[in-house]
Write a protein that binds this ligand. Sequence first.
Ligand code: ATP
Length: 284
Amino acid sequence: MENLIEIQGLCKHYKDFTLDHIDLTVPEGQIVGLIGENGAGKTTTLKALLGVIRPDGGTIRLLGGDPGDPAIRSQVGVVFEDSYFYGGLCARQIGRIMSGIHPTWDGTLFRDYCRRFELEENKPVKDFSRGMRMKMSLATALAHRPKLLVMDEATSGLDPVVRGEMLDLFLEFIQDEGHAILMSSHITADLERIADQIAYIHKGKLLFQQDKDLLLEDMAILRCSASEIDSLPKNLVVARRGGAYGSAALVRHPQNVRRLLPGAVLDRADIDEIMQFISGGDRQ
Ligand code: ATP
């Protein structure tokens, strides 16, 4: 399986923030979900990947080549939270401009998406709602038939019905084994539904990139006394929290924990809870 994105040791320094040696890969046929708290470095990573900002270190391979190569860039569909379009333009004009920029632009496909998303062709983008602007970005990103979609918070602010439609579209896109998606999202339920892998950036560092199903199978929330958590081998406890209502820990290898503490309560951990424990709990 070929990697459509290969990031190694990516660094970017700002006055109050450092993106610290990020390694990230996106294999073809897969959806990789990028998660992390506000200000963790997700957008910075995506901007560096797309050449919007210049990295201070590391290497980036996009579709096996240089991200600065226009032939490579034209195979990447990009959807960022803020629409790139000049607000006075309507879908019809955007289609005309894009057909001059992208050699692979498919005007019929673009019109199909506009129809499917119920976007009026003659209405200026500035008069669109936020959800409509996101749909327009996605229609534009897909209509030049990219191999790779890179999306930053593409489903934020969309109502559940539209979000569901978008997720279906992403799954449709990934049916082609040669395609791949890298998407950041705070809506972890979306990623639980469609992502193959989860990459977690925390305070500028990549904590892990892991197969989603394995991650969710391998993590659990243990609710018991603090002394019972203390009794576990350190390698089983990822993070812990103490509170007025008892202690809890995010643990790995729940079957081993169950053997050691047969009476303890072990609950399935979802991605939100994993993040809450790691960012807010006492990491071990
Ligand atoms: P969010 O989930 O809130 O969108 P994020 O994970 O995408 O967050 P980034 O936008 O990558 O986070 O920002 C990471 C850090 O880099 C933040 O502290 C931000 O203030 C800082 N930062 C981003 N761009 C610049 C810039 N041009 N100059 C200085 N600092 C910046």
